[in-house]
Design a protein around this ligand. Sequence first.
Ligand code: DC
Length: 233
Amino acid sequence: MAAGAFLLDSDKKTRYTAVSMNPPAIAIDGPAASGKSTVAKLIAKELGFTFINTGAMYRAVTWYTLQKGVNPADTAAVEALLPGIPLSFGKEGANSTVVYEGRVLTTELTEKSTNDNVSAIASIPAVRALLVEKQREYNTREAVVMEGRDIGTVVFPDTKFKYFVTASEEVRAARRAAEGITDSIAERDRKDSQRACAPLKKADDAMLVDTSDMTIDQVVAFIAADIRAKLAC
Ligand code: DC
């Protein structure tokens, strides 16, 4: 066995055995409502890895900024809030969480005001630097499936497990509506793709997975098979 390889469990299914490297990091990027969260969560469960929702981290900073009455477009004021920001990024079971004053943030993260302002907050380089560091910290301890916009390009550029999950705009809007969420995903994607710092972008070496005509189970099976094949070599 080559040094640095990962072994599959004897049942060739769930956990891995690290020989000499950081635990594996699976990068799943894509636009809003592409299905990447659902897929990432299921893949994490299947492999026994921790699921990290990085969008929730940007949303939490957005919510906190608004709580403090700071204008998300005022970069200097947002930056001033960051040192000692009272949000902690942990996990509950196999999923990442954001905790504020002892409680896990949930509905706060999808409030309309949070939806409307998260792209502005996510475009601030100092916010990204802080959160990318927290995201990498998760992977020093454990194998992760991390979903976001820049995981394959910025957070883990060297991982061999990169997937860019997308779907047509119509399919994505319909999926969002079915969840009862009416934010403007096209507008958010435009802002996320056009920002200067770590824009939404497929990494050159990421596998493109168009889920428009696939079921969730098909997407999960497809990506999990590719990960298993790569883990084994
Ligand atoms: O995945 P989501 O829709 O919850 O993400 C919310 C916003 O956060 C999204 O509009 C872009 C931003 N984001 C980002 O810039 N980088 C990430 N890694 C994750 C999310």
